[in-house]
Write a protein that binds this ligand. Sequence first.
Ligand SMILES: [Fe+2]
Ligand SMILES: [Fe+2]
Length: 400
Amino acid sequence: MMVRPGIRLMGRMPTSTLLRASTPLPLRHLSTTIPRYEPSNALMPKTVERDEQRGPIVGTTGPGADGPHPSERIEPVATVTHDHGNWTMMNPIYTEPELDCVKVVGREPVTVGDKAAHGMVKMLRRLFDMFSGYIAKDVPASVLKENPNAIAELRKSGELLSDKDWMTRIILLESIAGVPGMVGGTLRHLRSLRLLRRDGGWIHTLLEEAENERMHLLTFLTVAQPGWFTRALVMAGQGVFYPMFFLTYLVAPKLAHRFVGALEEEAVRTYSHCINDVEKGFVPEWTDKPAPQIAIDYWRLKPNASLLDVIKAVRADEATHRFVNHSLADLDQTRDFNPFALAEAPAEIRGTKFGFTRDESAQFAVESQRKLLGQSHGGISPPKEKDEVEGQNSKKVETE
Ligand SMILES: [Fe+2]
Ligand SMILES: [Fe+2]
């Protein structure tokens, strides 16, 4: 489990159950009377009651996290190795095995909404492929031995993409991919303001996703600058996609997260194809191309990292978006806490599984709270299996 850097925890710890007065707390916010925090992100007692009556809520078992702040005791998982300052939001840092474990996996649509989301993504992909002349073909590496001109010929016939074709495709995709997280974060932020409720840790994860996608875009822009036609397409794409996604998220956030999950499945597929082509030598312009400095800083890569390492990190990020959005799509959008507010799921899981079910999210949230709060406070007892875990979230959570 990757624990998020401590400095991030202050604003994102979900409100939880009652803090025990007997617990030895090394605390600066603790008042003489320890307040009771309810398993709901609502503030008004009546709303809390109504939330609880609707059944268990994901992420609400475990010691409370509002009064004491554990950040001082948490070691950051990665240290900044450069002197440019840490100017980005939290983003995952990967080991080599974590980069290589990413798989192309797809979630089988179940509900009508799922089918609509997946159908829409497939249709958009087909249109985009047709428009950009992309053929998802696995060309064997052996063709290079048989024919030294194979690359030029295959590029001409459209069976291989050139470095410029890859770049155009990536820039168009990344310029759109940065929209959903910002829309989701904005709408949940506004909802919190409008309804005078807490958010349960969703906003930061969604904003981090938006920034992560923008960092992909900025990284690739250091490799190549698009011409006016691609820039016009980016503007047109944003003009159409932003309002459509905004309205979808406003009325059907589950559908919107499912749509993003399906979109990210395609992103992992595309980047896997790109990685294969570079590894086989089909994009010779990139074979020995060094990683741009912005990418080395952002993903904490080795100083001699290559562009291929960067593309692998981007693919691992896309797998994370796939996992997070499919998991969020399974949650109760108005009551459940974000199970990834305290800690990321392990990279191997994010890279190989399309998402958590609501039950798995509930279990993961309990484990994260136990691990993190137990570790950070040093003295707070983790919730007891029988009294607290089985009593609430380990109950089968009804899927709504
Ligand atoms: Fe991306
Ligand atoms: Fe993505």
